[in-house]
Every structure is written in C-alpha cells, then in structure tokens.
Design a protein around this ligand. Structure first.
Ligand SMILES: [Zn+2]
Length: 124
C-alpha cells in the first residue's frame, strides 16, 4: 500500500466526517492550562473541531494541565489556537503526531514562545 496515498485517504475521510462526529466541540470556548512545575499558564481556543490533549508540555520541561474553561477572555490575553494541520503539514509530522491528526487531533499553534515567556496571566 502506498503510504502517501493511504495518509491522504485517511486525512480526507477524517476531514469530511469530523463536523458530524460525536465529539466535544471546543470552538467559542477558552481553556486554561497551568504548569504544575513553574506555574506558567496558557490560554487556548479551538480554530477547528477536533480532539485536544488534557496535558501539554511547558517550555520549562514540566507538564501543563487543563484546569479551567472560560466563555471569553479579555482582548489583551494571548490566546493560542488548536489548529488542524493541512494534509501537506500532516505528511511532515512525526509518526505519533500524524496518527493523532488522522484521528481528528488538533495541533497547538506555538509560534512565539518568547512572547509567552514575558506574559503572566496571574489574574486567571
Ligand atoms: Zn512550566
């Protein structure tokens, strides 16, 4: 079986059925993840419907756990987005990440860790 063809087939099927899938739809909500090691936190939202992990890795090496959800957050809060990689991006992922995406998983858009370092969302 052609691997690339197989991935394309699975991706297309996932993308065409995800809207009707009976899974949690986090669009329009904001999730707070807090690091148990350094206390840093991160607010995320969904750019697409899909599966997200309960725990994400913090830049300090610790683990961030999803602790709370909000209906909205103030404008000045940096919000990271859970995105569905395109088929082309999916092809370049590691085997584990690719499997996650093909199963409806989303990937966190982390484009600027430095900016994140400078901000603290203590009020949340
Ligand atoms: Zn941390």
């Amino acid at each position: 079986m052609d691997k690339k063809k197989d991935i394309t087939k699975r991706y297309t099927k996932m993308a065409s059925t995800i809207e009707d899938a009976k899974i949690y739809d986090g669009r329009g909500t904001y999730d707070l993840y807090e690091c148990e090691k350094c206390g840093r936190n991160k607010i995320t939202t969904y750019a697409a419907k899909g599966v997200t992990p309960f725990i994400i890795r913090c830049s300090c090496g610790g683990l961030m756990q999803h602790t709370r959800s909000f209906k909205n957050v103030p404008d000045y809060i940096r919000v990271f987005r859970w995105k569905r990689p395109t088929l082309e991006q999916t092809m370049k992922l590691s085997k584990g990440m690719m499997e996650h995406v093909l199963n409806g998983g989303l990937v966190l858009d982390i484009d600027d860790e430095d900016l994140e370092e400078r901000r603290k969302y203590e009020e949340y």
